[in-house]
Write a protein that binds this ligand. Structure first.
Ligand code: ADP
Ligand code: MG
Length: 287
């Protein structure tokens, strides 16, 4: 039987907008020593602004339109941002097939032509040559009918509570901080360094994020636990694999709510500190 105080902890968390699925998670949390974070939508707002538009063989307006059509049916933070920047009505009947390629981009059939929007690796796999560009942002390459059509540079901002939260986790609680991202090394490296992350891994596919988390878990002692914090977009398997999977800002991402052990109703990373405190107090009261 579970001591009543466990429910006290779960109740206290629920009142703060944190859903803890099992009381066991509270105990695991007191042993958490490694905190692994997804970048886009977790550490950052996931609301991108367009910084640069570089069309190839079409106008800027045409590239924006094509991109908005490709991204139209996805709820990935990049897609939502690119949909928003296109102000005209989208004629949905022109979009026939849409297929997300997790951690890389999107494929869509538009006006009967194969169109792609995604990272460099995606276009490389399609054998579509793209110029090597260095931009201080996330780069979305676009291709239409097997031909490179240009790229758009987009930029995201850190959530406002993130810096302080990482600082407290690291300096006060001496936790090891890790960032995993599918984004490029320029953006990922900048965000990771700014937050004093101990380990930064970029250009990762969703499956590679799971592998990284497994490596960290394998190198831990029995009483050390790993926390993964993600937004649930493409990272449900990582949420599952972690000792403690925390999903945040996932209103509507049913797969994330299902895969996670803990769900933050509010999109606020500093809630991690609140759950750590509740876990300590609850377990402390039981012991
Ligand atoms: P993160 O690991 O930072 O949460 P994702 O794994 O979701 O990022 O995506 C990794 C990279 O794949 C993005 O930085 C982007 O380059 C590309 N990508 C993913 N989804 C899309 C999309 N819907 N449209 C364009 N590019 C995308
Ligand atoms: Mg993500």
């Amino acid at each position: 039987s579970i001591p009543l105080t466990f429910y006290g902890g779960i109740g206290a968390a629920a009142r703060q907008g944190v859903m803890i699925k099992s009381s066991h998670q509270l105990e695991l949390l007191t042993k958490a020593d490694t905190f692994v974070f997804d970048k886009t939508g977790t550490l950052t707002e996931g609301v991108f602004e367009v910084k640069e538009i570089h069309p190839e063989g079409m106008t800027e307006e045409e590239l924006l339109e094509l991109t908005a059509y490709i991204e139209y049916f996805s709820n990935h933070p990049i897609s939502m941002s690119l949909q928003k920047m296109y102000k005209k009505e989208v004629e949905k009947q022109r979009i026939e097939v849409v297929q997300e390629i997790p951690g890389q981009g999107i494929y869509a059939l538009i006006d009967g032509k194969a169109a792609y929007a995604g990272n460099r690796e995606l276009l490389r796999e399609l054998r579509i040559a793209v110029p090597k560009v260095r931009a201080a942002g996330t780069i979305v390459y676009v291709a239409l009918d097997g031909v490179y059509a240009g790229y758009i540079v987009i930029g995201d901002t850190l959530k406002k509570e993130v810096r302080e939260t990482m600082d407290i986790l690291k300096r006060r609680y001496h936790k090891e901080l890790v960032m995993l991202t599918g984004d490029n090394e320029i953006v990922g490296g900048a965000v990771g360094k700014l937050l004093n992350m101990d380990h930064i891994y970029t250009n990762l596919l969703p499956a590679e994020k799971v592998e990284k988390v497994e490596e960290f878990i394998d190198s831990q002692q029995e009483d050390e636990k790993l926390v993964y914090v993600g937004d649930g977009i493409n990272d449900a398997p990582v949420l599952k694999r972690a000792d403690i999977g925390i999903a945040m800002g996932t209103l509507g991402a049913a797969a994330a709510v299902e895969a996670a052990d803990i769900v933050l109703m509010e999109d606020d990373p500093s809630m991690i500190l609140v759950i750590l405190r509740i876990a300590r107090e609850t377990i402390g009261a039981i012991r």
